[in-house]
Ligand binder design. Sequence first.
Ligand SMILES: NC(=O)c1ccc[n+]([C@@H]2O[C@H](COP(=O)([O-])OP(=O)(O)OC[C@H]3O[C@@H](n4cnc5c(N)ncnc54)[C@H](OP(=O)(O)O)[C@@H]3O)[C@@H](O)[C@H]2O)c1
Length: 332
Amino acid sequence: MDKFRAFRVHRENNKVFGRVENLNISDLSKGEVVIKASYSSVNYKDALASTGAGKIIRNFPRVSGINVSGYVVSSSDKRFKEGDPVIVTGYEFGVNHDGGYAEYVRVPSDWVVALPKGMSLFNAMAIGTAGFTVALCVQRLEENNQLPELGKFIITGASGGVGNFAIDIMSALGYQVVAVTGKPDRHQSLIDLGADHLLDRNTIDLKGAPLEKGQWGGAIDNLGGEILSWLTKTVNVGGNIASVGLAGGTELNTTVMPFILRGVSILGINAPACSMKLRTRLWERLVNDLAPKKIDTIVTNVVQLEDLPDVFKNMLAGKTFGRTVVSINPEK
Ligand SMILES: NC(=O)c1ccc[n+]([C@@H]2O[C@H](COP(=O)([O-])OP(=O)(O)OC[C@H]3O[C@@H](n4cnc5c(N)ncnc54)[C@H](OP(=O)(O)O)[C@@H]3O)[C@@H](O)[C@H]2O)c1
C-alpha cells in the first residue's frame, strides 16, 4: 500500500500540536481490520486531545480522531470482508490507538460496527460520537422512566454537536425542549431544530438555594460544573439528568436534597465504554426510531484534514456550532 495522509499529534518540548503527514500502514496501531476512511467528524474530545488542552492522548505521536466511517480494505476476522461499510467510535480510538483522521485506519475487529442499512457513510459521521451519545442518553433515560409528562426537558450546550442532536431527537420523541445556550445569535437555528424555549446561559442565577422550584422534567447536560449543580436543584420529582459533558467544568457542588427529597437521578453517560451489544442496537435505533430529522441543518461545516487545527481552536473557544464533518475520501 502506498503512503497515505494522516493528521498526527506530537508532543515536543511539552507542546502538543498536530499536522498532516504521510504515513505507512505499519506506522499505525495494530488491529485485524484495515479501513479506507470516507469521513470523520470533530467532537469536543478531538479538540481537547489534538491540542493538548485536555490530557487525553498519553502516548505520542498519535493519529487523532475518535470516530470514522469507511470501507473495509482487509480483515483477518471473518466477520468483516473487503468492501463492507463500517463505523468505528469509542474504545481507545483516537486516544491510545491511532484514530480516524487518516486515509487508512487499522483497528481491532471488536471495535468495528457494520453501517446500519439505510444510513450513509456521510450521515454516520455527521451523527458520529455526538449523535451516538444522545442515543445512549435516550436509552438510559427510558430505562429510568423519563417521560414527556414529567415536564419540560432542558438541554445545555445546546449549540454544540451533542446539544443539536439532543434537541432534534428529544423533540421528535414528544418532549417540550428548553435549549440553554451562550450564543444568542443561534436562537433561531435552535428553534428550527425543535427547541420550544430558549434560555441564555449567562442570565441563569446559578447561586440559588439547595433546592429551588422544580422547573424541568429532566435534562441532558453537556457542561458539568455550576450548570449541572443548578440542574440538580431545579429538576422535578422523579426526573433524570444525563450527565454527558464537561465543557463548563468538572466540579459538581450540590447537596443530597434533590436526590432524597425529589428522587432526582444523575445518569452517567460513557459512550466510549458502551458494550458492543448496546452499541450495535443504538446505531440501529439511529436509523429507525431515533433517526435525527435535521442532519442537513446540524452539519454546519465540511472540512479537510488540513483545516483541523483551526476547527479545534474555534471549538475550544466556544465559537463553533453544530457538527463539523471531515471529508477524507468522499463518496461520489
Ligand atoms: N460522556 C460521553 O460519553 C461523551 C460523549 C460525547 C461528548 N461528550 C462531552 O459532551 C460535551 C459536548 O460535546 P460536543 O462534541 O457536543 O462539543 P461542542 O460541539 O463543542 O459543544 C459544546 C457546547 O458547550 C458550550 N460550551 C463550550 N465551551 C463552553 C464553556 N467554556 N462554558 C460553557 N459552555 C461552553 C457551547 O454551547 P452553547 O454556547 O450553546 O452553550 C458549545 O457549543 C463535551 O464536554 C464532550 O467532551 C461526552
